[in-house]
Design a protein around this ligand. Structure first.
Ligand SMILES: *[C@@H]1O[C@H](CO)[C@@H](O)[C@H](O)[C@H]1NC(C)=O
Ligand SMILES: *[C@@H]1O[C@H](CO)[C@@H](O)[C@H](O)[C@H]1NC(C)=O
Ligand SMILES: *[C@@H]1O[C@H](CO)[C@@H](O)[C@H](O)[C@H]1NC(C)=O
Ligand SMILES: *[C@@H]1O[C@H](CO)[C@@H](O)[C@H](O)[C@H]1NC(C)=O
Ligand SMILES: *[C@@H]1O[C@H](CO)[C@@H](O)[C@H](O)[C@H]1NC(C)=O
Ligand SMILES: *[C@@H]1O[C@H](CO)[C@@H](O)[C@H](O)[C@H]1NC(C)=O
Ligand SMILES: *[C@@H]1O[C@H](CO)[C@@H](O)[C@H](O)[C@H]1NC(C)=O
Length: 342
């Protein structure tokens, strides 16, 4: 703008010698300079007021994200209002959108949980988008991917329509979350992304599931296709036939490591608005799903999933060297993992 004005002034001085009335011209130049001055001042004033508005909004965001707030205070403010490039928001243009991310670990029920969420007519949870290495190679590719999701420009089979009231995806902690936690939690706080932590209480059952799933990746027990999730009891039985060996030497340290990772994740994101869920609680108490819907500010609905649990019944049925495992955990902090039957 300044350059533009200077050019205009130059033009006037160029014109000057042609005119024969210097006083009148001087008056014109003076007037012009005054008008410009007023204009520049008004532009400056406008910018300062924009700056102060942005600051004010930032402060609001920080306050709203305080984890101490109770559920009653949940407000989806206009800060969450999407600014999509390609997503048509014609019908529900004025519905606010909540951004969320399901932070979890492999074999902790997040696939099942996501199908539950996606059974809600107003939720678009876009799957494990950071399973693709290129999207999490560095923080700038992570940010770019997140922007695309939260600008409602990410399309998957889960993308509903313009009436999504909550948009997110699931993110495994080992897919760059722990590595770039600082930048990611800053991003979450800046854009108002809510974190849904989903963990498993019984880490021994999780370990069995991890081992069985990794075995099936090669063995492909179901007709030569690898399946991480199944939709029928027959398929579940076939997958559960395989009984993994658990290395008892490393068992305790492995369990501890998973426990520490979960605790660290909670600490890293302690300034982000979040809810902590446990797979076992969701299984035992479906009312927990209401908490999730309230957390996301959704109209309450019955949520459903067609997925069938793979490892059912006592764990001793699913581990080859059970006696060994029993002995290793007996008398330790993890002893309860041996009994729990879900
Ligand atoms: C980040 O990763 C992307 C995708 O792999 C790559 O194109 C880009 O050059 C990387 N940027 C930096 C700063 O390393
Ligand atoms: C939920 O989806 C329905 C159907 O698409 C739509 O009519 C309604 O406005 C949506 N509600 C919210 C809160 O977005
Ligand atoms: C397994 O493969 C056979 C032959 O290709 C097919 O007839 C059958 O439907 C398949 N079963 C499942 C569960 O996909
Ligand atoms: C268990 O892990 C340890 C350390 O990696 C290894 O030395 C040992 O051979 C493993 N035991 C079995 C039964 O695989
Ligand atoms: C979050 O964790 C950090 C340590 O990583 C701690 O200093 C801080 O007090 C915690 N904040 C809250 C609100 O718990
Ligand atoms: C479990 O530990 C108790 C003592 O803590 C011991 O008496 C018992 O024999 C142990 N059981 C097994 C299977 O090792
Ligand atoms: C562990 O071993 C002890 C002793 O053999 C047995 O009494 C107990 O039932 C076993 N626990 C489980 C969960 O199998």
């Amino acid at each position: 703008m300044a350059e533009y004005i200077c050019l205009l002034n130059k033009d006037t001085t160029v014109i000057k010698p042609a005119k024969k009335t210097p006083i009148l011209l001087r008056m014109i130049v003076l007037m012009f300079a005054m008008v410009c001055g007023v204009y520049i001042c008004s532009v400056c004033l406008k910018q300062t007021s924009i700056h102060s508005k942005i600051k004010f909004q930032d402060i609001q965001v920080v306050e709203r994200l305080s984890p101490d707030d109770d559920h009653g205070n949940l407000q989806i403010s206009s800060v969450h209002y999407p600014n999509p490039e390609t997503f048509s928001r014609a019908e529900c243009a004025h519905n606010p959108v909540r951004y969320f991310a399901i932070l979890s670990m492999q074999r902790s029920g997040s696939g099942w949980f996501e199908t539950l969420l996606n059974s809600h007519v107003n939720v678009s949870s876009n799957g494990e988008i950071f399973s693709v290495l290129d999207r999490r190679r560095n923080i700038s590719s992570i940010t770019r991917t997140l922007d695309k999701v939260y600008n409602l420009d990410w399309f998957t089979s889960a993308s509903k329509n313009e009436c999504s009231a909550a948009v997110g995806f699931k993110w495994m902690l080992n897919q760059g979350v722990m590595q770039h936690h600082k930048e990611i939690s800053d991003y979450f706080n800046r854009r108002g992304v809510f974190a849904i932590f989903l963990f498993r209480r019984n880490l021994l059952r999780r370990m069995v599931s991890v081992l069985a799933n990794s075995y099936d990746r090669h063995a492909k027990l179901l007709n030569g296709t690898h399946k991480s999730h199944v939709h029928s009891t027959e398929e579940a039985k076939t997958l559960a036939k395989y009984k993994p060996m658990i290395n008892s030497t490393l068992l305790i340290s492995d369990l501890k490591e998973v426990e520490i990772t979960a605790a660290k994740a909670l600490e890293y994101f302690n300034s982000t608005r979040h809810i902590v869920l446990y797979y076992e609680d969701l299984i035992k108490n479906p009312a927990k799903l209401k908490d999730v819907q309230a957390f996301l500010g959704l109209p309450l609905m019955e949520l459903m999933s067609r997925q069938v649990k793979i490892h059912k019944g006592p764990l001793s049925d699913h581990v080859k060297n059970w006696e060994d495992v029993n002995k290793t955990l007996n008398g330790t902090a993890y002893e309860s993992f041996l009994q729990a039957d879900y």
